[in-house]
Each structure stands twice: as structure tokens, then as C-alpha cells.
Design a protein around this ligand. Structure first.
Ligand code: HEM
Length: 183
């Protein structure tokens, strides 16, 4: 398991390093006239005021990219699983959300829901807005397209298992039925 983890990190480092090198060679021509600036580009432009306005080393950029990727993946996917588990365990909440979406959107597109532990550690999460956008988007679409019901004889158990993030001890099992759209 530890070996697997090390291989993963090594792969991630190689991947980030290659990506950073690619960005370095593209950096002069890109960025101008673009509304969206990538995270790596912000790191390339960064100058450290307390250290003689020096630029970041490649290894520092790799570490920051790894932290960004690690910090944003398991956290968001487990949060999504917890939200869906609660919507299955409390069908009246799922129904209320669905009705609210019908009220706001008619029979049109998509929307979402809140309250997360983004300040659980000593530092505040810089990925808050990004995570909320993703979670709202996923939850809204999952509830809009499907009705989520518990599997017969398997009540949703909200017991926790502490790892890097707080996982569900018993992963969510569900029965999905496509929503019938009235048109
Ligand atoms: C539901 C999703 C998420 C939750 C619950 C969450 C929660 C947190 C918490 C509690 C911390 C502070 C940890 C500490 O003080 O030790 C943190 C830090 C951090 N988060 Fe998130 N996070 C989420 C999503 C994301 C996403 C999507 C990104 C980036 C794409 C991200 C990037 C980071 C980074 C880089 C830090 C370290 C900040 C620093 O060094 O000061 N997080 N997050």
C-alpha cells in the first residue's frame, strides 16, 4: 500500500514537472487576452517579497501543485458522497430540493445546496469557491436527473471512518430511477 502511494506521488511529481516545463516554454506567448489564468501561471508570475522578490523554484511549484491536487480531490468527492447519503436517508429533503429546482428552473437546467467544514483545520481553505461550484453543480444535476432511494433492507448508515478526510464507514448504496420529465 505504501509502495503504491509512493508510486502515485512520483507519477504526480513527474506529471506536474512536465506540465510546469510545458507552461514555462509556452508562458511568453500565452496569457495575453485570456480571462482565465491557470494556477501554474500564477505560480510562474509569483515573486516572493520577503525573499528579495525571487521566483519560485521548480520543486516548490511541484510541491504546491501536488498540495492543490491532493487538497481538492478526496475532500470534494467525499463531501459529495455525504451530501447524497443524506439526501437518500432524508427523502423529504431531496424532495424539497427537487421542488425548489422546479420552482426556480421550470423544466429547464440545473442548481444546488451548502454548509461544509472548510475551516476545520488551522487554516481556511483556498479552494472553497471552487469546491462549492463543483458540489452545487454535481448535486443539482444528480437530483435533477435521478431520484435517489435507499436499497431495500439497507438503511443508509452515517457512521464515519477517519482517514485523510472523513469517509463513510459503509459506502453509500443506492437505487437510482430516472426522473420522468413533464413536458
Ligand atoms: C469539500 C471540499 C473541501 C473541503 C471540506 C476542504 C477543507 C479544507 C480545510 C479544512 C483546510 C485547512 C486544513 C488545515 O488547516 O490544515 C483546507 C486547506 C486547503 N485546501 Fe481545501 N477543502 C476542500 C476543497 C478544496 C479544493 C477543491 C481545493 C483546490 C482545488 C483545495 C485546496 C486546499 C489547499 C491548497 C489548502 C492548504 C491551504 C494552506 O496551505 O494554507 N481544497 N481545505
Amino acid at each position: 500500500m505504501e509502495e503504491l502511494f509512493k508510486n502515485d506521488i512520483k507519477h504526480l511529481e513527474e506529471l506536474s514537472e512536465n506540465d510546469i516545463k510545458q507552461e514555462l516554454s509556452d508562458n511568453d506567448s500565452k496569457n495575453e487576452g485570456e480571462d482565465v489564468v491557470s494556477y501554474v501561471d500564477t505560480l510562474l508570475d509569483l515573486q516572493l517579497p520577503e525573499e528579495n522578490i525571487r521566483k519560485l523554484e521548480e520543486s516548490e511549484m511541484v510541491a504546491l501543485c501536488s498540495e492543490f491536487l491532493d487538497g481538492g480531490t478526496d475532500t470534494t468527492s467525499t463531501a459529495l458522497q455525504w451530501i447524497m447519503a443524506n439526501l437518500v436517508k432524508y427523502p423529504q429533503v431531496q424532495e424539497k430540493l427537487f421542488m425548489e429546482m422546479i420552482r426556480v428552473l421550470g423544466d429547464g437546467e440545473e442548481e444546488g445546496d451548502k454548509d461544509m467544514p472548510f475551516d476545520a483545520g488551522r487554516r481556511i481553505c483556498p479552494g472553497y469557491n471552487l469546491a462549492m461550484i463543483h458540489l452545487e453543480y454535481f448535486v443539482a444535476n444528480l437530483v435533477w436527473k435521478f431520484q435517489w432511494k435507499s436499497v431495500e433492507g439497507d438503511d443508509v448508515d452515517l457512521a464515519e471512518k477517519q482517514e485523510f478526510t472523513t469517509f463513510m464507514k459503509y459506502p453509500l448504496q443506492v437505487h437510482l430511477s430516472p426522473r420522468v420529465r413533464r413536458q
